[in-house]
Design a protein around this ligand. Structure first.
Ligand code: ADP
Ligand code: ADP
Ligand code: MG
Length: 461
């Protein structure tokens, strides 16, 4: 087993990894930017090294600085978390050439699945259905028009390098195709330094269903069921649940087998997620693979009773899948709400700044993964997520009621958060009925009777 691990990330996921290391008896080295001096991941790690200025391009994305820290700290592995360098195959290769274990898949699998276009090609080769669309990159407006005519409108123009819901545009007719093509290219160039786009059919009212894959080096690849991540704002997940209210045992078996087959076909190792869209008739289409741990891995952990981050570390050290992961058994129902430092009353504009008072909910069936505390200053430079609330219940209904109760207890002053937004969703009839799709949030927020729900206990007076 490893003796010391460097965590190349910040925020809640850095804490999550540090906690796993502590339980495994592994020493931890945190790296941080000048904006994160007072961050909990720096306080809780055994050692910490500053790697640069606040913008992530000057710190968390600087491979040379992170490798220097790894040298100085004499670590034997690096955990990249999610975001930042987690899906950067070059970074994985640099780690390898420095004889430091990258806790993730082999660089070859990251290359194969890293860009959405080649991931689609891999899926087709493995016999897994993908969204109908172009066979490769679209070079011109004319190309786009031809393919759209063939598959029929509406369509989606998507960046091959896309992530975080950025670099995609829908087109419902030929008139809107050219602006979508150029708009997606421009956004992709700005966000990812790669303007390449492809075209796929826009699936109407789909569910976003993703399968958790775990694979060891000894030929075992399994899935740990699905997560439903259809509650999205601007194509970004805000609430996730496990299992999905939509997926039947028969569909789960079929989609799970497809996910495992695809992962095996690229020699996958460690944790990964295969994402699908599912339409109302139960047809499923592969859209992408995330070759890393995901923000919402927590709900799978609660339902399958395992620790996916510890499992990642064990797999990277060459161990076999532990028995409960090799033979996964789901029980209970779990939900996760992503709490962001954003003002839901002002179109979710970022709300960084000092947290004057912080009190987190607790009690049975409630898990909080967060780096926030009283006095913590949320920096403006990074993702606005400050906490994840996970609740577990014997049934879907009890997990929802527990989430509603936990959200009411959350007491954060000094900054605005998305807690009142989540509170409103937990009371929404369509959400409670479990009949939502990816258009849910937009629909709900446009409806006349949508109201944010402030907590009503005396803590909040
Ligand atoms: P998923 O939820 O499927 O894992 P997302 O794209 O929604 O995928 O979440 C990963 C994204 O989170 C990254 O692409 C990045 O924008 C953002 N991110 C990166 N680092 C952090 C961090 N430390 N804390 C919160 N969010 C982060
Ligand atoms: P990202 O890398 O940003 O996560 P994805 O390809 O996973 O991009 O898509 C994110 C979300 O965008 C999906 O969960 C879905 O809600 C929406 N989306 C993407 N492609 C399509 C499509 N072809 N039809 C309908 N919705 C789509
Ligand atoms: Mg995705």
């Amino acid at each position: 087993m490893f003796e010391k691990i460097l965590i190349a990330n910040r925020g809640e996921i850095a804490l999550r990894v540090i906690r796993a290391c502590k339980e495994l008896g592994i020493r931890t080295l945190a790296v941080y930017s000048e904006a994160d001096v007072d961050s909990l991941h720096v306080q809780l790690a055994d050692e910490a090294i500053c790697i640069g200025a606040p913008p992530s391009s000057e710190s968390y994305l600087k491979i040379d600085r992170i490798m220097s820290a790894a040298e100085v700290g004499d670590v034997d592995a690096i955990h990249p978390g999610y975001g930042f360098l987690a899906e950067n195959a070059h970074f994985a290769e640099v780690c390898e050439s420095c004889k430091i274990k990258f806790i993730g898949p082999p660089a070859s699998a990251m290359h194969a699945m890293g860009d959405k276009n080649s991931a689609r090609a891999c899926a087709r080769k493995a016999g897994v259905s993908v969204t109908p669309g172009s066979d490769g990159i679209i070079e011109s407006e004319e190309d786009a028009i031809k393919i759209a005519q063939r598959i029929g409108y509406p369509v989606m123009i998507k960046a091959v390098a896309g992530g975080g819901g950025r670099g995609m545009r829908a087109a419902h007719s030929e008139a809107s195709l050219a602006p979508a093509f150029h708009g997606a290219r421009m956004e992709a160039e700005k966000a990812f330094g790669n303007a390449d786009v492809y075209l796929e059919k826009l699936i109407i009212h789909p569910h976003h269903i993703e399968f958790q894959i775990m694979a060891d080096r000894h030929g075992h690849t399994v899935h740990l069921g699905e997560r439903d991540c259809s509650i999205q704002r601007r194509n970004q997940k805000v609430i996730e649940e496990c299992p999905s209210p939509l997926i039947t045992p028969v569909l789960r078996k079929k989609m799970g087998a497809a996910a495992v087959k695809l992962a095996q076909s690229v020699g996958y190792e460690n944790a990964g997620t295969i994402e699908f869209l599912v339409d109302n008739e139960g047809h499923y289409y592969f859209i992408e693979m995330n070759t890393r741990i995901q923000v919402e891995h927590t709900i799978t952990e609660e339902v399958y009773g395992c620790d996916l981050v510890k499992e990642q570390i064990r797999i990277a050290a060459g161990e076999r899948l532990s028995p409960h992961v090799a033979h996964p058994t789901p029980r209970l129902h779990a939900l996760q709400c992503r709490i962001n430092a954003e003002d839901p009353e002002k179109n979710f504009q970022p709300s960084p700044g000092k947290i004057v008072f912080y009190y987190a909910p607790g009690g049975r069936g409630v898990r909080i993964d967060s780096h926030a505390y009283t006095g913590y200053i949320v920096p403006p430079y990074y993702d606005s997520m400050i906490a994840k609330i996970i609740t577990v219940g014997a049934t879907r209904e009890s997990a929802i009621d527990r989430m509603r109760r936990a959200l009411d207890e959350y007491y954060i002053t000094g900054i605005k958060t998305t807690v009142p937004f989540h509170s409103a969703i937990m009371r929404n009839a369509e959400f409670r009925a479990g009949t939502y799709d990816t258009g849910f949030v937009e629909r709900v927020m446009a409806s006349e009777n949508f109201e944010l729900k402030p907590a009503s206990n005396r803590l909040h007076e």
